[in-house]
Ligand binder design. Structure first.
Ligand code: HEC
Length: 147
């Protein structure tokens, strides 16, 4: 009996490792360039997303223009995001927020939902993501509303 249980445990572990690009919130498909939400009760909110978008924490506006007239300082390292919601669906937008480098490995855009584990990452940031899954979803809703 114990042997059977251990067997299933090992199989489970094996598949867990194979599907490394899945976490409990999102599933990344690197061929289709999409990230699908798997935690269905996670719902984004446009207003919250806009607040995150203009916040200094993520600094989207230091590289992108967006149709927010009250924000005077907007960057042009990245493409303007006006109308982005008509060019991409939510799964495509989600991947760009989670990990833009999986679309373009040389991208200067930070990966906002990838665990930080560089050699010299300070301990308090190690294995943490810049944004929470909820914040990613809020941003996706906001970006998708830019038609
Ligand atoms: C350091 C600069 C930088 C920051 C900060 C940044 N981006 Fe980007 N972003 C880019 C660049 C450059 C691209 C173009 C794709 C590439 O990397 O080659 C891009 C691409 C994108 C795209 C795809 C646009 C398209 O037309 O294909 C989206 C969506 C996007 N960024 C959203 C965001 C959001 C949301 C934030 C903040 C949470 C953000 N970016 C922060 C530089 C940045």
């Amino acid at each position: 009996m114990n042997l059977i249980i251990s067997f299933f445990f090992i199989i489970n572990l094996f598949f867990g490792i194979c599907r490394a690009e899945t976490n409990k919130f999102f599933e990344i498909d690197k061929k289709k360039f999409i990230a699908v939400k798997i935690k269905k009760d996670l719902q984004g909110n446009i207003e919250r997303g806009k607040k995150i978008f203009i916040s200094r924490k993520v600094n989207c506006l230091s590289c992108h223009e967006a149709p927010i007239i009250e924000e005077k300082f907007q960057g042009n390292f990245g493409p303007p995001l006006g109308g982005i919601g008509s060019r991409y669906n939510k799964d495509e937008l989600r991947l760009r927020v989670i990990d833009s480098k999986s679309v373009n490995p040389n991208s200067i855009m930070p990966s906002y939902f990838k665990k930080i584990k560089f050699e010299r990452t300070p301990r308090e940031f190690l294995n943490r993501t810049i944004l929470s899954a909820q914040e990613v979803e809020d941003l996706v809703e906001y970006l998708y509303s830019l038609k």
